[in-house]
Design a protein around this ligand. Structure first.
Ligand SMILES: [Mg+2]
Length: 121
């Protein structure tokens, strides 16, 4: 069984890129484009990890992460934040929301796959 990853990303080009990287490494990918859709999707299916864009329409990736963490069944779910904000201080804020790890965009394919593997061993 391949591992299932939920990708939360509102930018179609980024979504395409992340999906391509993950599928090429034999992950099964589900993509949603908002935090609200993420919160619905995790109730419909079970995922091994979530890749969470931070800047999203509606609730942002931090708020979506907080809401996931508030539910018992998602306390330990690996959540990797994908963020374009390379601003110091913002990182702490994102980590405080409860993400497991944080990756700065533009995405480095090898780094992403390595972090995912580490989180899911
Ligand atoms: Mg975005």
């Amino acid at each position: 069984m391949s591992r299932k990853i939920l990708v939360v990303e509102d930018n179609p080009d980024n979504m395409k890129l992340v999906t391509w990287i993950l599928e090429d490494d034999h992950y099964e990918v589900t993509g949603v484009c908002s935090g609200e859709a993420c919160l619905e999707q995790v109730q419909r299916d079970t995922y091994d990890a979530v890749l969470m864009d931070i800047s999203l329409p509606g609730i942002d990736g931090k708020e979506a992460t907080r809401r996931l963490r508030a539910m018992d069944q998602f306390r330990a779910l690996p959540i990797i934040a994908l963020t374009a904000h390379a601003i110091k201080g913002e990182d702490d804020d994102i980590r405080a929301a409860g993400v497991t790890d944080l990756i700065t965009k533009p995405l480095d394919e090898d780094q992403l796959l390595k972090r995912l593997r580490e989180l899911m061993t």
